[in-house]
Every structure is written in C-alpha cells, then in structure tokens.
Design a protein. Structure first.
Length: 566
C-alpha cells in the first residue's frame, strides 16, 4: 500500500525524501571508511585522555584478529558488558570487523537477567569490565560462553595513570567485587590487554558480509514482557545512520570542517547512543566524550568544563538533572548546535529550562530498538518545545492503525506503525512474536497510541501496551510480576507505571500477601537481588484483592487509572 506523505512538505531545505541504504554493504564498510578518512581526528575522550580514529582502528583490528583466532564461526554472537569506557568503543568495532554479532548487555543486570540474555542469544564470548565479573561468575556455567575477555577501567590509559585508576577503583572505591573466573577446558579467560597484545601478532581476515547479515541483537521487551533480541541487520543500522545524518546535516553544516564534539552520556548498550553517538559519530568523524556514570552530575559537569560541545543526545531525566545543578549554567554552550531528546517523553518544563540555560532547543525524536532506533524527529531548526515526536525520517513511513491493522485517516487516534529500511528483521528465534508485531505489508506495530496531524507530525497520546518507561528504559510488568510471584509470601501481584517527576514513570506494584507478615522492606530486598535498578518497584502497596476480568485476568489499566485519578 502506498501512503500519502504529508510530512515531506515540512522537511528542512537540504533534507532528501529518500536515502540510499545501498551506499554501504555493511557497518564494516562504514567503519573502515571512517578509520581511513578521519584517522588523525579524535574518536573518543575519557578521563582527559583522547584516542584517534587511527588508534581505535589498530586496536579493534587486533581484537578482531584475536576473536577470529578463537575459532568462532561467522555470525557468532559476542556479548559486551561495560559502561561507557574506551574498551567498549574498541570492542564494538572489533566484533563487527571480525564478522560477528554484537549482543549489548546492561552491566547492571542481575545474574538472572544476564543468564537469560546469554542463553537466549547463544553468545559464545563476552568482553566484560571487571567491575561486573562477579555477576558473570554466578551464571557462566549455565551459559554457552567459551571465551571471556576481562577489561579493567584503566587498561587503555597511559601506564602510570591507568595503574593509579585501577588501584583507586579496586582498593579505594572498592568498585570491583571479588570474583573468580579461572580458565578451564570449557572456557578460556584472558585480560583485555593480553587479547590485544596477542591479536597484534595474528592475521586479521576481513569478513565477506552481506547487508542482510545480522549486526546486533538488541534486547528489549518488545510488545510483551519477555526480553527478546531485536535482530538488527547491517542494512538496518546503515540506513538509520544515513537517515539521521541527512536530518542533522543542515544544522551541523554550520560547524564547517570543524570536528564535531558529542556528549556520549547515554550508555552505548542503549540503541539511541549506539546509533547516534557511536555509528553516526564514526561516519561524521565525531569525538565522543565518554561518560561512564551520568548519575554523578558534579563529576559529569567537571568533565564538560574541558570541552566545547556541539551535540548533546540525552533523555529527559539527564537534561533535568543537569539544568537543576547550579554549576551547569557556568559551562560554555556557544558551540552547542543539537540537543536531541529521545528514549522517553521530554517534559515541557525541562525543555524550557534547558533552552534558557543553553540557548539550544531540545529537539524530540522517537524510536525503538526494533527501528534501529530513530523513526521520527522534529525539525532541527525548531525554536520552541513542540510536544510532538516530529516527522518520519527520509525513507520512513508512519501509519496510524486500528486494532485490525486498517490504516486510519489523518486526525484519527490509533497505534503508531513504522515502515522503513531501519525496521528490524524480526525477533531473534521468535517467529511468533515477529508475526504479531510486523504486518504483512512491513509495518512494525509499536504499541504506542498516537495521532497524526495534517502536516504529518505525530503525537503520542497513550500506550497500548503495559510497558513502563523509566528514564528511557523499558520495564515490562510481566517480568516484574514474574519475579515478585517467586517470593513465597506473595499470593498475586500487578505492576504498573505511575508518574514520577524525575524518571517520567516509576514502577509501582500492588501485592496480595500469602504471608501476612511480609513487609515492604523484605519485598524490596528480594527485588534488589532479582532486578536491575530501573526495574525495581519504587512503590509497594499491599491489598486484600486485585481487580480482575470475569475470566480472572488482573486489570492493570484499572489500577493505573485509579492512580491517575488519585
């Protein structure tokens, strides 16, 4: 079905209606070109140390050669479990250049969450920061992992500084819990530095990749609560790089030939940061300022003092945390051209304060792991906060569908659906879920309810699915409820999202006790063992019963509406 595209009349001058996703065969082509053309430019900055594209080229090639020497077949999955440290920058390029699939893992995952992702993806190797190795230790015997590369925070820093950083991290701040990951017949364990060193003496074989080969398994709850891998092909991410570049270029052209400086505070395991900061950054020769812990606002601001930033992708909670710190306003914002908000709804109060402090409008966009991620963005020359998620990117179509999949007219409310070259191939090994989420004519059903105006701008009005959005991260009630139900003192439970000034939404659970002595504190401690921070209930309310349908299904929406009315 051919759609009318009213949004094309709203594009900025210079933004094309279509991009050519066939410009590159794979992300390896994108990276090779970036390493060649931007060799002398800085690619990453961390703790006041910079690495050029040429240096990342050399290190990633060495790590790729080492990975290839481990006998992994083309298309093998390699997990990466790190915050924003320079080793992550090297490892992403290395895995792709070796012909393997990157499986990004949240380093704060609990053992239960990590085990599920490693088993589901079939990951045979993992590169992990030592701070999180104790989590891997607990589950590794039950996973397919055969190779472990353990990195330390100071590995890539100059020797004296690196030694000092590692000492402080391990012994002063005690950020590395004691772990034991000995090499065995089943699994070889090696340090990041040793893997690089060995790789330098090995032959690297550039893989023959097709655009349809898988590049990333990006784990998400999708439209249900079971964590699934969105299968992103090389062509999906290449397309989104080119789409974002086309959209941003009229604004970035004001910088001339000056290298772009981007704040990389969103974690690289999050698809927004992965595509916009890392992948598009490589294409454009951008330097990413790596922020390993954006929650440390004073430390974050201290880092920013050293740079004249041009691009600042973030979620609402991060923008809000920064503008409400008195020292943030003292920074130099004269170079800031793009503040790109995504991952969760940008709040008007935050947007207005950001504009007042920085002089730069937050331009909101929308996307999902399943769309690599960017699908819609507001115009970059926006003067004030719009409240909409903007217009479809080049080569992207947005439709509003009813429950039966019929296309609705402009101004009618329905489910937002997206079609374009950035839409995933499907969910990893879950054909049934793929069939439910992608229509016969190729539209991905997002689960968000929206309305499109006559100009083609879309506004989200509600969420069809029960997903909770905490600081830009998806939390699925099914998973939270499944964990709670494992507690012997819980009879039944329901999890919903409630408004939260800081995170946008927070998790609230309603619990019917089996054990009348069960306390909030005991349940909170149980959740702490099973769920990573953003998934944990912020509020726990005990009840005698929960609202249900006549067939016994718990009515989450009723509980949610009840909280809204309160």
């Amino acid at each position: 079905m051919t759609l009318a595209k009213p949004w094309l009349t709203q594009y900025e001058k210079g933004v094309p209606a279509e991009i050519n996703p066939g410009e590159y065969n794979s992300l390896v082509d994108v990276l090779d070109q970036a390493f060649r053309e931007h060799a002398k430019r800085d690619m990453a900055a961390f703790m006041e140390v910079h690495w050029t594209f040429a240096q990342v080229d050399e290190m990633s090639r060495a790590l790729a050669a080492w990975l290839q020497a481990q006998g992994l077949a083309k298309g093998a999955r390699v997990a990466l479990m790190m915050p924003n440290v320079p080793q992550y920058v090297v490892a992403i390029a290395a895995v792709l250049r070796a012909g393997y699939v990157v499986v990004n893992v949240n380093p704060l995952y609990t053992p239960r969450e990590l085990e599920h992702q490693l088993k589901d993806s079939g990951a045979e190797a993992i590169v992990i920061l030592e701070n999180f190795a104790v989590t891997l230790q607990e589950v590794i015997a039950r996973t397919p992992i055969k190779r472990v590369v353990v990195a330390a925070m100071g590995d890539m820093l100059p020797m004296l500084k690196g030694t000092l950083v590692n000492f402080v991290v391990r012994h002063v701040k005690k950020m590395v819990p004691v772990f034991s990951l000995p090499s065995s017949a089943k699994c070889q364990v090696i340090s990041f530095k040793a893997a690089l060193s060995k790789g330098r003496s090995l032959k690297y074989n550039r893989p023959a990749l097709k655009s349809s080969d898988v590049a990333f398994l990006q784990y998400t709850g999708g439209t249900t609560g079971v964590s699934k891998g969105a299968t992103l092909m090389h062509s999906n991410v290449v397309a989104n790089i080119l789409q974002c570049e086309a959209w941003f270029k009229p604004t970035l052209s004001h910088l001339g030939t000056q290298p772009i400086v981007t704040v990389c505070a969103l974690p690289l395991y999050h698809i927004f940061s992965l595509t916009v900061c890392y992948m598009m950054g490589a294409r454009l020769g951008t330097m990413n300022i790596l922020i390993p812990n954006p929650r440390d606002i004073p430390g974050f601001i201290k880092t920013l003092q050293n740079y004249k930033v041009n691009m600042f992708p973030a979620v609402n909670t991060l923008y809000n945390g920064l503008v409400n710190h008195p020292d943030f306003a003292k920074l130099d914002f004269s170079g800031l051209k793009i503040s790109n908000g995504g991952g969760m709804a940008v709040q008007q109060a935050t947007a207005e304060k950001w504009k007042k402090v920085t002089g730069c409008t937050i331009v909101e966009g929308y996307g999902l792991s399943e769309t690599s991620p960017v699908a819609t963005v507001n115009r970059m020359d926006l003067d004030t906060f719009s409240g909409s998620i903007g217009y479809p990117l080049p080569s992207t179509e947005v439709a509003i569908l009813d429950d039966d999949g019929n296309h609705l007219a402009i101004g009618e409310t329905g489910e937002i659906a997206i079609r374009g070259p950035q839409v995933m191939a499907g969910y990893w090994n879950r054909a049934d879920e793929t069939a439910k989420s992608i229509t016969a004519d190729g539209f991905f059903r997002t689960g968000d309810i929206g309305i499109m105006d006559e100009k083609g701008a879309t506004k989200i009005v509600d969420r069809k699915k029960d997903m909770i959005l905490v600081s830009g991260f998806n939390v699925y009630p099914n998973e939270v409820e499944q964990v709670l139900s494992l507690h012997p003192g819980v009879l039944e439970c329901a999890a919903v999202g409630v408004p939260d000034a800081k995170a946008g939404e927070a998790v609230k659970v309603f619990v019917v006790r089996k054990d009348p002595t069960l306390t909030e504190a005991a349940l909170a401690d149980f959740c702490k063992e099973q769920l990573t921070g953003y998934k944990r209930p912020k509020f726990i309310e005990f009840r005698d019963d929960l609202p249900k349908t006549n067939v016994g299904k718990i009515l989450r929406r009723e509980l949610r509406d009840e909280k809204k009315a309160a």
